[in-house]
Design a protein around this ligand. Structure first.
Ligand code: DGL
Length: 250
C-alpha cells in the first residue's frame, strides 16, 4: 500500500508521524508546496488551484490513497479533488472533529479552534461541532504560527509574543483546543504552557489513523515504511527538516 501525503509545507509531517507510528503503509510519498507556503492567507480559488496542481504530481506517483495533511486544503479542495481521481482522498478535518468528540464528553465544554485565516473563514470546524451539539466554540485565526514552524521556531520569546498577540483577546481559558492546522502540533508545548497546561490539545494525526483503519480496513502491517520527500523548492531542506521533526520527542 502506497500513500501520498500533501501539505503546503512542513506541517503535514505531524500527520506523517502518526502514520509512521501506525505502520499502515509500505511507502509514503510526501509533497510539500514549499515554494508557495503559506496557503492559509490565500483566497479560496488560489488554494483550490494549488491543490489541483499538487494532485497532478500525485497522479504520477502511483499511489493507492492520498491524505490531505493540511486543514486549509481539506476545507476548500477535498470534494473537488475527490472528483478528479479514482483513488481515495481523505482530509484532516473530519479526523480532528472525531478526535474532539472522543475527548470532550461535555457538550458545554469551552472549545477553542485555532487555524489559518482561510480555514477559520470557511467556518468548517464550528459548523461540524455545532452539528454535534457543542455549544461554546470560539474560532480564532492564528496564521502567524505557520511561518514560525516553517522557520523552525518552536519556542522562545518571539513565539511567546505571538501567542500573547492572539490569545490575550480570549475572555476565558478554553478546556479543549483543536489544533486546526497541521503545523501547530510542533508548537503544542508552547501553546499548552501559555495556558498553564490547563487545556487539552487535540490534533488530527492519531484520529486519521483510526479513520483509515476503520474506513479503509488498514491494519498495522509494515515494520518499515519507505519515505520519499518532494517539494516545489529546496527538496533537501524539507527532507532534512522532516527527519529532524520525526525524531523529535514531544
Ligand atoms: N498546514 C496547513 C493547515 O493545516 C496550512 C498552513 C499554511 O500553509 O498556511 O492548514
Amino acid at each position: 500500500m502506497r500513500a501520498g501525503v500533501f501539505d503546503s509545507g512542513i506541517g503535514g509531517v505531524s500527520v506523517l508521524k502518526s502514520l509512521l507510528d501506525a505502520r499502515l503503509f509500505e511507502e509514503i510519498v510526501y509533497y510539500g508546496d514549499t515554494a508557495r507556503v503559506p496557503y492559509g492567507t490565500k483566497d479560496k480559488e488560489t488554494i483550490i488551484q494549488y491543490s489541483l496542481e499538487a494532485l497532478e504530481f500525485f497522479k504520477s506517483q502511483n499511489i493507492d490513497i492520498l491524505i490531505l495533511a493540511c486543514n486549509t486544503v481539506s476545507a476548500y479542495a477535498l470534494d473537488i479533488l475527490k472528483q478528479r481521481v479514482s483513488f481515495p482522498i481523505i482530509g484532516v478535518i473530519e479526523a480532528g472533529v472525531l478526535a474532539l468528540q472522543n475527548t470532550a464528553m461535555d457538550k458545554n465544554a469551552q472549545i477553542l479552534v485555532i487555524a489559518t485565516q482561510a480555514t477559520t473563514q470557511s467556518q468548517i470546524y464550528p459548523n461540524a461541532l455545532h452539528k454535534l451539539g457543542y455549544k461554546h466554540i470560539t474560532a480564532l485565526a492564528t496564521s502567524l504560527f505557520v511561518p514560525f514552524v516553517e522557520e523552525g521556531i518552536y519556542d522562545g520569546e518571539f513565539l511567546q509574543e505571538c501567542l500573547k498577540h492572539y490569545f490575550s483577546k480570549l475572555q476565558t481559558t478554553p478546556q479543549f483546543i483543536i489544533l486546526g492546522c497541521t503545523h501547530y502540533p510542533f508548537i503544542a508545548k508552547a501553546i499548552s504552557q501559555y495556558f498553564n497546561h490547563q487545556c487539552t490539545l487535540i490534533h488530527s494525526g492519531n484520529a486519521i489513523v483510526e479513520q483509515l483503519k476503520k474506513e479503509c480496513a488498514l491494519t498495522p502491517t509494515f515494520a518499515n515504511t519507505t519515505l520519499k520527500f518532494f517539494s516545489s523548492q529546496n527538496n533537501q531542506t524539507l527532507e532534512k527538516e522532516a527527519y529532524r521533526l520525526l525524531k523529535r520527542q514531544d
